[in-house]
Write a protein that binds this ligand. Structure first.
Ligand SMILES: *[C@@H]1O[C@H](CO)[C@@H](O)[C@H](O)[C@H]1NC(C)=O
Ligand SMILES: *[C@@H]1O[C@H](CO)[C@@H](O)[C@H](O)[C@H]1NC(C)=O
Ligand SMILES: *[C@@H]1O[C@H](CO)[C@@H](O)[C@H](O)[C@H]1NC(C)=O
Ligand SMILES: *[C@@H]1O[C@H](CO)[C@@H](O)[C@H](O)[C@H]1NC(C)=O
Ligand SMILES: *[C@@H]1O[C@H](CO)[C@@H](O)[C@H](O)[C@H]1NC(C)=O
Length: 526
């Protein structure tokens, strides 16, 4: 009885949603989503897919937005767009799926405006919008194993990275999933900026504009990106970084699924994290953990090779690493640092080079680096030492393991005291010796300066003390003389009685606050 009742309720629920709201969970061949007529909604109602117009634009696009968060169409947060570069100019668009499993967007003359790709041809495909916001094409309705998806929108991110989405590269197929900015707030076409994992050498997260790197978050140090010390454990989301033979990616998920959080890349190239705040019904920046606060030292390679960027009072300044000098001193002194620094002493690999340790650094660009997660720092040094083209090494994991090797000029280093990571830079043995000598003599000088200062201070102290004592003595002497001349004279009672004619009324001058005042008669009392 109870069973049939439940079935009845489910049936009537399905019926009512389909007829009144014209929303569906899936699209199957023969079925289509028409602009203005129907939308696809995920099972838990978190996301909705349909046709929309961004801001003041006149074009129509197919996109996915948060369904629950905002009732008003103008407040929609669109997190993915299908036909970014091929907008429809009218509302005659139709989204459907072919027998072979291609999602296709057709215009009024049945021309294909946009289409998904297919990795393998399948029978009876179905497109479904998952509760995660992922639009997937799969074969069996129930199969939610991501490995079996024929296609998924999570493989083609736009300007938003959602929980569960991978930012990174499938090293087997070459598929690179990166964030790409909109051209403008009303134009979802591919803009200038990409936030992506560059798999060359040792993978790094970079922000690019066109073909040039703007900002390098850098390689993963076991806990976070080497250039983003702000990325830390926090109450809102967890993150992971995976690097193996098959893939490299960064991914996060939210600790409480009813507190949505996403990463965005703005049309002007600003990256950040936004978290939905129910109380204010709005997205708020979560900048404390986002790495949003870039400064001038975050400009890629501002200081050129073999130099370190320091930020002082919001102005950057570059310093050659110890043992290096500006390549072009005139440029350097005019604050044009881009050509960087060169060695004071050339390397001499055959006769043995050594390494100089630099503390607390954002590790240099690893596009021509190699990693070996399995060896110690000592073995790492040996490995680098043996190879004359190796310029530096470091632990690949900040907690003290693994080996990262550099085989090129070291660029984009900055001083980061929050990073307890040391970089060992290859140096000519003679340079190391002279650095050591300089350090020793600096130490000696420092000791001399300190001792001299102490001695001087002591001497000054003695002098000052002597001077004070002398002054004190002089003053005491002066005070002694003053007693005779200036202090109030003291008379005994008899003298006063005599002088005032025994406090005679004739001698009384008046009364003050402290008693009667008498005039002194020196000769005869009346
Ligand atoms: C577009 O395709 C549909 C379905 O195949 C068909 O009914 C319709 O006539 C076509 N329209 C045009 C303009 O070709
Ligand atoms: C429909 O799309 C096709 C292919 O992109 C294009 O050639 C055609 O001009 C479009 N029709 C309209 C009415 O925009
Ligand atoms: C979030 O991700 C972490 C690590 O990636 C995983 O251990 C955890 O189970 C995930 N939590 C949820 C709620 O998905
Ligand atoms: C998740 O967030 C919601 C809304 O802020 C809150 O009501 C709920 O208690 C949270 N759940 C947990 C397990 O923290
Ligand atoms: C890493 O080291 C461990 C223990 O020393 C060893 O068992 C493992 O096979 C090594 N892995 C690789 C990839 O060399």
């Amino acid at each position: 009885m109870a069973g049939s009742c439940t079935i009845l309720i489910i049936f009537s629920f399905l019926f009512s949603t389909v007829t009144t709201a014209t929303t569906v969970n899936t699209i199957t061949p023969g079925q289509s989503i028409r602009d203005g007529e129907s939308t696809v909604v995920s099972r838990g109602q978190a996301f909705e897919l349909g046709f929309f117009t961004p801001g003041k634009s006149r074009n129509r696009y197919v996109g996915i937005w948060y369904k629950k968060l905002s009732g008003k169409v103008s407040d929609r947060t669109v997190i993915w767009v299908a036909n970014r570069d091929t907008p429809l100019s009218d509302s005659s668009g139709v989204l459907t799926i072919t027998q072979k499993g291609f999602l296709v967007l057709l215009n009024s003359t049945n021309g294909t405006v946009w289409s998904s790709t297919v990795s393998k041809i399948a029978n009876n495909p179905v497109a479904e919008l998952l509760e995660s916001g992922n639009l997937v094409v799969k074969v069996a309705k129930k199969d939610d194993n991501a490995d079996n998806f024929l296609w998924q929108s999570f493989d083609y991110p736009g300007d938003n990275l959602l929980p569960g989405m991978k930012l990174g590269v499938n090293l087997v197929t070459g598929l690179n999933r990166y964030m790409s900015s909109w051209r403008g707030t009303d134009d979802p076409a591919h803009g200038d900026f990409k936030y992506m994992i560059d798999p060359h050498g040792v993978p790094q997260l970079v922000l690019t504009k066109g073909n040039t790197i703007q900002f390098r978050a850098g390689s993963w140090n076991g806990l976070r990106w080497t250039g983003v010390p702000q990325l830390r454990e926090n109450p809102v989301y967890r993150f992971e970084f995976v690097l193996n033979q098959n893939e490299v990616f960064y991914r996060f998920n939210v600790t409480n699924s009813s507190v949505p959080s996403r990463m965005v890349l703005s049309p002007s190239g600003v990256t950040g994290r936004l978290t939905w705040i129910d109380r204010s019904q709005s997205w708020q920046p979560f900048s404390r953990f986002s790495g949003l606060t870039l400064d001038q030292c975050d400009n890629y390679a501002l200081c050129g090779a073999y130099a370190s960027c320091n930020i002082n009072m919001n102005t950057p300044s570059c310093e050659c690493l110890e043992g290096f000098k500006p390549k072009f001193p005139d440029e350097w002194s005019n604050l044009d640092w881009s050509n960087g620094c060169v060695r004071r002493t050339e390397l001499d690999c055959k006769n043995g080079d050594g390494f100089l340790k630099h503390k607390g650094a954002k590790l240099p660009d690893t596009r021509s680096s190699r990693i070996n997660k399995n060896i110690s720092l000592l073995e790492c040094e040996k490995l680098c030492s043996k190879d004359c083209s190796c310029t530096a090494y470091a632990n690949s994991d900040i907690r003290g393991s693994g080996c990262l090797l550099w085989f090129d000029e070291l660029v984009d280093i900055r001083a980061l005291t929050e990073n307890q990571q040391d970089l060992y830079v290859r140096m000519a043995a003679s340079e190391l010796a002279s650095i050591e000598r300089r350090r020793q003599s600096r130490k000696k000088k420092l000791v001399i300066i300190i001792v001299t200062s102490i001695l001087l201070a002591m001497a000054m102290g003695v002098l000052i003390l002597g001077w004070i004592l002398y002054l004190r003595k002089k003053k005491l002497k002066n005070q002694g003389k003053g007693n005779e001349e200036m202090d109030l004279p003291i008379f005994d009672w008899a003298t006063i009685a005599n002088a005032t004619c025994n406090f005679s009324n004739n001698n009384k001058l008046g009364e003050g606050g402290f008693g009667p005042v008498y005039k002194v008669t020196l000769l005869i009392c009346k």
